[in-house]
Ligand binder design. Structure first.
Ligand code: 5GP
Ligand code: MN
Length: 342
């Protein structure tokens, strides 16, 4: 391991030498984690590498249409197979996370691996000492965009096919809020233009990701917005608290709560939106902000988490009521900053 990661460009001259490669990403992968991982998978298999994608946990069913997804191993459910793949790996690509704790139970296994570890990520404060090679760029819209940059910089533009395009488009689209956030640069649109040259059907990708839910998810959202949301106008903040019994009652599945945190941000004047969910083994929080309020620091300071300036998350071991009390204290501590936000 190196104190500083060597540049990924050092790998380009040896990219086509056959290897065992494992690609992983953060637990409970979102569209960018799965999309960047499978985009890279569909690129690397073209060289004849033995490539295995390992997810630290299960994932939302609306990600399972992606090319290559049926072959992804769930570390928790297919543990022996996943460990064999990890132990045999020459290279391990770690995508869309900054600290090893983001791979949950896989962390202990990954730490012990002697293989070459490569980070490609856009989160703040990366744990660079844990990786041999890597690129961390918080200015990038998504890890999918960084995988695209990796392919282009390696000189293999011609290998971008429809499969890669669908995965990378899904990643960049989800992480930019459908090309809405400020991170959507001219480069992002140029990348999408290039992906469209593969005949990728972007409308179908949107449909696969956003129009694939069960009715129960919307009934659950209705319940939550009506009964579980508090608005603190003096702090320009809205909070949704979901007890575990509601997850059980509405049969909430992995991925069903994705996007919920964005709803309160559409209330006029709200600059900070939060969701705290009691998942049983931990209390998971999600934070989103508009403008100048830094939720990465907020999540790190109070909720053992992190992420980006305007989107972050965390987890706590304390009971739900204590985490909620902590949140209320945290917004009081940040009252001035929350009121300063333009
Ligand atoms: P979400 O709220 O969608 O779970 O996460 C928002 C962002 O914060 C994502 O970029 C995610 O990777 C990051 N994030 C979420 N939870 C955690 C956490 O517990 N620790 C860290 N370091 N980042 C997190
Ligand atoms: Mn991402």
């Amino acid at each position: 391991m190196q104190p500083f990661m060597k540049p990924v460009s050092d790998l380009f001259p040896i990219l086509s030498e056959p290897r065992n490669i494992v690609i992983t990403f953060h637990q409970k992968p979102d569209g960018d984690a799965m999309g960047s991982g499978l985009g890279l998978y569909n690129f690397l298999i073209q060289f004849g590498h033995q490539v295995t994608v390992v997810s630290p946990t299960n994932w939302a069913s609306f990600l399972s249409w992606m090319p290559g997804a049926p072959k992804v191993l769930d570390f928790e459910m297919q543990n022996a197979k996943a460990i064999t793949a990890l132990n045999n790996a020459n290279w391990l690509f770690c995508l869309d996370f900054n600290t090893l704790s983001r791979v949950k139970k896989m962390e202990a296994v990954v730490e012990k691996l002697a293989c070459t570890k490569i980070l490609i990520d856009h989160h703040q404060q990366p744990q660079t000492e844990a990786f041999d090679f890597g690129i961390s760029n918080t200015g990038k819209s998504s890890t999918a965009e960084m995988v695209y940059d990796f392919i282009i910089a390696s000189g293999h533009d011609a290998m971008i096919n429809k499969e890669i395009a669908e995965c990378l488009y899904a990643g960049v689209m989800t992480d930019t809020g459908s090309f809405r956030f400020k991170s959507t640069t001219a480069d992002v649109h140029k990348m999408v233009a290039r992906l469209k040259e593969t005949q990728m059907d972007h409308s179908q990708v949107h449909e696969n990701l956003f129009d694939n839910f069960q009715e129960g998810r919307f009934r659950f959202f209705g319940h939550v917005l009506l009964n579980c949301m508090q608005v603190f106008y003096e702090y320009n903040t809205a909070l949704i608290v979901i007890p575990q019994k509601d997850l059980i009652k509405f049969n909430v599945k992995t991925g069903d709560t994705e996007g919920l945190v964005n709803f309160p941000l559409s209330i006029k004047g709200i600059k900070l939106a939060a969701v705290i969910i009691d998942r049983g083994d931990e209390r998971k929080s999600s934070f989103r902000s508009k403008g100048g309020f830094d939720v990465n620091t907020f999540a790190r300071t109070y909720f053992n988490g992190g992420g980006h300036f305007n989107a972050a998350g965390g987890k706590n071991a304390e009971p739900l009521e204590e985490v909620v009390a902590k949140f209320k204290k945290a917004i009081e501590d940040n009252k001035i900053a929350l009121n300063e936000v333009i």
